[in-house]
Design a protein around this ligand. Structure first.
Ligand code: BGC
Length: 719
């Protein structure tokens, strides 16, 4: 009997074997690639995608902007809005701005937002989000403050870790940005920031470090600016020494769009992929003269990189490392093992619920005299809803984070819906025109204010919606004023003059100076840019369906001259000196004993809380928290440590723990914080390491950085 020929067998290469580790698969695949194939991956193929490799089945990284919603375009992303794309923008859920998430002080909520966003990235057929943003608020002028979590590195770290875990758990690569210290938009593409090593490690780095070491983030975006003389995309101190060697980052570094300046320096400093791709750069540079002047790129194109490899100026090992990092990340989140199609749902009921809850939790009740809020049906029958942000949904700030949502609820809609049911008489007056929005109408500003005042005078309560807009607070430029623009201050004064029962709701992403009107206003609410469900969230708070629990993630100064960066912003001759060093935010106000308008961590509730039974050791702090009011509420308990015995200058106190605790009326819970070396240490520039010095540490527990309810001490023993 003739032997049967053996059936042809295809051997599956190890990189396709899903039971192997991401490292093993990446190594195997790398070994199969030609030099040309590797080099093709070092720059994008298009505006938002990396080069795919058909021969080996390497999919492309399909990126989309974030961090507060998926900002993407349908169709091939060779170009986008930046180059005047005609492609339709994809609709997706507009989550509250980063600063609103910062104000929740709720890592669990950040995790839910990250997860919901990750699901939308997948549903839209993308696999990498260009977010979260964690640049520290150094100055209230900064145009992009609204995207990030505020002024404190510890708060930012806790939130970003949860957000990234939520997102990457969905099989999406998160990109923490912009590394490092993109804390102003003024001259962002060219400015050289002089920042001391200690300030970098203690203030500007921690959220990135936590993203790497605790969340295992797979991508880091380098910033446009220079840090200490070198562009961030070709800064070996940032990218190689700190990120990759010191912190052990396993993922890849992506440049900011047009943030590269050279072929060799970028390659050897630690940049992994240049974005956008050279084709997009060429198209952009053909666009117009201004773009040409403002944009660079195309340095990691194969025709530029290959000769430098041949000449030995870019070692092959560097190329391997860059490609390996991208492959590893793609294997780790599962991009090789699935087909992403644009078929999923976005804006699902779950995602909408997350957007609403996050917006509600982020709202901060700054002031509430005579219990004006929540609005009480018996006492209030008519409500005048006023202001240039009352009948407009200002979901987010401007620039690459701005999401196009399917719908967005305005405060006026939600108040009418909610208030109407309770038989309130609700009226509306615009009162002022937001700067740059309706020039013809703006000419009648006196008449607008008068109409609003008449309405307010004839109502039991006035609620005035003021603030900024996505044009005024945006990527690409800093704010033009710290006060309220466009006659909004006059509006508030006119309304409060005729109706002392006035609530002001601030829709803005950064502190606003208000010393000249805040005393006239009994109730004040910061709602930030609250996303598409913002109107509902605001109405929930105003009518008391939700109890406010947000806390300020930054200090509100009384005047600009009180701010840490005063005198050292925006810089001159292309340089800005971060001369305040580690004294950013409340660290500065504490050190110089300056009374803020509203302190970091401040936020009121409709109930009250009592703090007691502080127990302190070098490893643990605990206390009892009781709800002493008559309704359920959440308090964010804040733990600060002081180290006045230190041999180097240290802040009076620093946030080292916080917990959002929900309590029923009369309920008590024990709140416990673990302490480790990192909570006690400063960064020693002499030792180039973190140091916890033996001695006495002060423990301060409170409801804000200036409302300390319990104090204790512990000794850290010497070795
Ligand atoms: C922004 C980034 C953004 C990128 C892509 C840049 O101008 O700084 O945050 O991800 O554009 O749109």
């Amino acid at each position: 009997m003739a032997l049967l020929a053996p059936q042809s067998q295809t051997v599956t290469p190890p990189y396709k074997n899903t039971s192997l580790s991401a490292d093993k698969r990446a190594e195997d695949l790398l070994g199969r690639m030609t030099l040309q194939e590797k080099v093709a991956m070092l720059a994008g193929a298009t505006w938002m995608e990396s080069a795919a490799n058909e021969r080996l089945g390497i999919p492309s990284l399909k990126m989309a902007d974030g961090p507060v919603g998926v900002r993407s375009w349908s169709g091939p992303s060779a170009l986008t809005n930046a180059a005047g794309s005609k492609l339709p923008q994809v609709l997706s859920t507009a989550f509250p701005a980063g600063v609103a998430l910062g104000a929740t002080w709720d890592p669990e909520m950040a995790g839910r937002v990250g997860q919901a966003l990750g699901a939308e990235v997948r549903a839209l057929g993308r696999n990498m989000l260009l977010g979260p943003s964690v640049n520290i608020h150094r100055t209230p002028w900064a145009g992009r403050n609204f995207e990030t979590y505020g002024e404190d590195p510890y708060l930012s770290s806790r939130l970003v870790v949860a957000y990234i875990k939520g997102m990457q758990g969905e099989g999406v690569i998160a990109t923490v940005k912009h590394f490092a210290a993109n804390s102003q938009e003024f001259e962002r593409r060219t400015i050289d920031e002089k920042i001391g090593e200690r300030a970098l490690h203690e203030i500007y780095f921690p959220a990135f470090k936590a993203a790497v070491q605790e969340a295992g983030v797979w991508s880091v975006m380098s910033a446009y600016n220079k840090v200490n003389g070198l562009w961030c995309a070709e800064n070996p101190y940032l990218l190689t020494d700190t990120l990759k060697k010191r912190w052990g980052f396993q993922g890849f570094v992506v440049s900011d769009w047009g943030g590269t300046h050279s072929t060799i320096d970028g390659a050897v400093a630690g940049l992994d992929i240049e974005m956008p791709g050279p084709g997009s750069v060429r198209a952009l540079l053909n666009h117009d003269e201004t773009t040409r002047q403002n944009f660079t790129g195309g340095f990691q194109a194969p025709e530029k990189v290959l000769p430098e490899i041949e000449s030995g100026k870019i070692p092959q090992a560097v190329v391997d490392d860059r490609v390996r990092r991208m492959l590893r990340a793609m294997f780790a989140v599962g991009i090789f093992d699935r087909t992403d199609s644009e078929k999923g749902d976005v804006d699902t009921p779950d995602e909408i619920a997350v957007a609403r809850k996050a917006a509600t939790e982020g709202i901060v009740l700054l002031k509430n005299e005579r219990g004006l809020l929540p609005i009480q049906p018996g006492k209030v029958r008519s409500i005048a809803v006023i202001g240039p942000s009352a009948a407009v949904a200002r979901t987010g700030g401007g620039g690459s984070s701005n999401v196009k949502s399917k719908y967005a609820v305005t405060p006026m809609q939600a108040i009418s819906q909610r208030g109407g049911k309770k038989q309130f008489l609700i009226t509306y007056a615009q009162g002022a025109v937001m700067e740059g929005e309706d020039p013809d109408k703006a000419k009648d500003s006196a008449a607008l204010i008068k109409d609003a005042a008449v309405l307010a005078a004839n109502s039991d309560l006035a609620v005035v919606f003021v603030g900024n807009s996505s044009k005024l607070e945006s990527e690409g430029h800093d704010r033009a004023t710290l006060g309220l623009p466009a006659g909004q201050e006059e509006l508030i004064k006119a309304v409060t003059a005729v109706n002392p029962r006035t609530v002001v709701v601030l829709i803005a992403g950064s502190p606003v100076l208000m010393d000249n009107w805040v005393g006239k206003v009994p109730a004040l609410v910061a709602a930030w840019y609250p996303g598409q469900e913002g109107g509902h969230a605001i109405a929930d708070i105003l009518f008391g369906d939700a109890n406010p629990s947000g806390k300020l993630p930054m200090t509100f100064p009384k005047e600009w001259k009180d701010s840490p960066a005063y005198g050292h912003y925006p810089g001159e001759n292309g340089t800005v000196d971060y001369a305040e060093g580690i004294y950013v935010g409340y660290r500065h106000f504490d050190k110089h004993n300056i009374e803020p308008l509203f302190p970091f961590g401040h936020g009121l509730s409709y109930t009250t809380f009592a703090y007691s039974d502080l127990k302190v050791s070098p490893h643990e702090v605990s206390l009892a928290l009781r709800n002493t009011g008559s309704r359920e509420g959440a308090e964010v308990v804040q733990l600060y440590l002081g180290d006045s015995h230190s041999s180097v200058d240290r802040p009076v106190k620093e946030l080292k723990g916080f917990r959002r605790v929900v309590l029923k009326p009369g309920e008590t819970k024990t709140v416990t914080f673990g302490l480790d070396k990192s909570a006690l240490s400063y960064y020693s520039t002499a030792k180039k390491d973190w140091v916890a010095e033996p001695g006495t540490f002060e423990v301060l527990v409170g409801a804000s950085s200036r409302d300390i309810r319990l104090k204790g001490k512990f000794e850290l023993a010497g070795k």
